[in-house]
Design a protein around this ligand. Structure first.
Ligand code: HEM
Length: 514
């Protein structure tokens, strides 16, 4: 057993500065030198330790979603879904009883640029929630927008590379982005959201959240129902046009982090209602989209949004690095009553998150307080870098780090409820889903935007696509025309006007004389 720390330093004063070995520091202003002017000596332990820890202060950034802000809070269940008992669909304990509270930690983020990039950039916003339930942790790793660029995880590194800075110039480049997108017709729906003001939420408090991928709920009988998760901000939704965002960015690159922190400090706690859409498990050939396709929304008139609880953020982190930077969310982190669907993005994500976290934070990232479940952990997984303690059952024989054992080791949990065990059959192959239907919902979204949103969408697309080669520009116009003829026409006209303006500008330039 590791002894608890003394509450006072050696000299009996709780204020005294020490080294990380607990030695009091009596001079923190000068390193040890020969005489007042040096040279310094290598046995300068206090100085060398201080500098070498500083040298290691940073861990790798998240490969995506590096820029973020987080807060603690609570989720309060309504105990039903619509007018029905929620137990009909899921046995997950956190949802069952009206008023039941589950602590949460939420991290919001932007996706593409690095840890201190402006929070006004056009980007999906991450909306990751960790529920510390009595059955262990549940992570719902979502975005503000309800759809995504691609529907197969194998394309994720490509879509992200196209959006990240050019590997030569180190600048984000509309020419590269739309080179990729023009060859990715399933991205049209996402682009129609992203290049409108919905691609720049005004702050983190006034944006929606969505699980995007399709999951399952499982009831006491082991029956599954397809489910999509949504968070609706009770503060309302507010988005920025490009000029509005630029005005903020000129003065403040941290406005969203600041807004969240200050609102919580003044007691103006942001809240989101959690809503779900349910669909019976199955392929649903009657629909013109595949329920496992994350480039599609489920139309609300057929699959209504049903409230299941409310989430309140009411406490700021005490330390950004320990709680926000080291927080690790993953789509594989589910509790009993919640399950995966066969969504081809979800399976790839589920591998990717914990894989990157073992690299980014370390193999024992789950022992850090922000990631560790509030429920007891008893596992025989041991050791590795930065092991903090042994995750054993109380009184466990310390010699037993395997299972099964008759010498007082952890035992398997009783199998009380039937597992959800769908029957799947088919040829193993590499193939796209059949109902791709890439343009219909994008066209519907284009028409559903109000005039301000549509104008901003066209301006932003034109500004970015103008950087692309003519072949890519033509293909983008063709794809938008398939979504809605007016959409294609307006982008085409905008691109033509941009080309003419450029030619005019170049023609006006004085010929250079030598
Ligand atoms: C972060 C992979 C799609 C939402 C990450 C990270 C990786 C990753 C490697 C960094 C995690 C870390 O360092 O802790 C993938 C892959 C995807 C995918 C492979 C597709 C196959 C999505 C989608 C969404 C999403 C569709 C939205 C529903 C997020 C969020 C974070 C994140 C919110 C930040 C979590 C945090 O705040 O720590 N993703 N992602 N990702 N991803 Fe994805």
């Amino acid at each position: 057993m590791i002894e608890p720390k003394d509450s006072k330093q050696q000299d009996g004063n709780a204020q005294t500065l020490t080294t990380r070995q607990g030695h009091p520091v009596s001079n923190n202003q000068n390193q040890r030198t020969v005489g007042t002017r040096g040279p310094a000596t290598l046995e300068n332990y206090q100085f060398l330790e201080k500098i070498s820890h500083f040298d290691r202060e940073r861990i790798p950034e998240r490969v995506v979603h590096a820029r973020g802000a987080g807060a603690h809070g609570v989720f309060k269940a309504y105990g039903k879904v619509g007018d029905e008992s929620i137990s009909k669909y899921t046995r997950a304990k956190l949802f069952q009883t009206e008023g039941k509270e589950t602590p949460v930690f939420v991290r919001f983020s932007t996706v593409i640029h690095s840890g201190h990039s402006p929070e006004t950039l056009r980007d999906p916003r991450g909306f990751a929630v960790k529920f510390y339930t009595e059955d262990g942790n549940w992570d719902l790793v979502g975005n503000n927008l309800k759809v995504f660029f691609i529907r197969d995880a194998i394309k994720f590194p490509d879509v992200i590379h196209s959006l990240k800075p050019d590997p030569v110039t180190n600048r984000q480049d509309g020419g590269r982005i739309f080179d990729f997108m023009s060859n990715t017709p399933e991205a049209m729906h996402m682009l129609t959201w992203l290049f409108s003001p919905w691609g720049i939420p005004a702050n983190y408090r006034q944006m929606q959240g969505s699980g995007v991928n399709t999951y399952k709920w499982v009831n006491d009988k082991g029956e599954g129902t397809l489910v999509k998760y949504h968070f609706e901000p009770l503060q309302g939704v507010k988005n920025l046009t490009q000029p509005e965002a630029e005005e903020i960015q000129a003065k403040n690159i941290n406005h969203a982090t600041q807004d969240l922190y200050e609102a919580i400090e003044r007691g103006d706690f942001p809240q989101w209602e959690m809503r779900v859409q349910l669909m019976s498990d199955g392929e649903h050939p009657e629909l013109d989209f595949d329920p496992l396709d994350d480039t599609k929304i489920w139309p609300e008139d057929q699959f209504p949004m049903m409230p299941v609880g409310v989430m309140t953020l009411n406490r700021n982190p005490e330390n950004y690095f320990a709680e926000v930077e080291q927080a690790a969310f993953g789509t594989g982190v589910l509790v009993d009553g919640l399950d995966f669907s066969d969504d081809k993005m979800l399976v790839g994500r589920t591998f990717s998150y914990s894989d990157t976290q073992r690299y980014r934070v370390g193999p024992n990232y789950l022992q850090l307080p922000i990631n560790s479940p509030r429920a007891a952990v008893a596992t025989n997984q041991r050791d590795g870098q930065m092991t903090y303690h042994v995750d054993a059952v109380p009184g466990q024989n310390p010699h037993v780090n395997y299972e099964p054992s008759s010498m007082n080791g952890p035992k398997e949990a009783p199998r009380n409820l039937p597992e959800h065990s769908p029957h799947v059959e088919g040829r193993v192959q590499r193939a796209s889903i059949e109902r791709t239907n890439d343009f219909k919902q994008a066209g519907e979204r284009y028409r559903a935007h109000d005039e301000r949103e549509r104008d901003d969408l066209i301006n932003n697309l034109v500004a970015n696509i103008s950087a692309a080669i003519p072949e890519v520009q033509a293909r983008m116009v063709e794809l938008f025309t398939k979504c809605d003829p007016d959409y294609g026409r307006r982008v085409n006209e905008g691109l033509r006007a941009a080309r003419q303006a450029k030619e005019k500008q170049e023609g006006q330039r004085e010929p250079q004389t030598v």
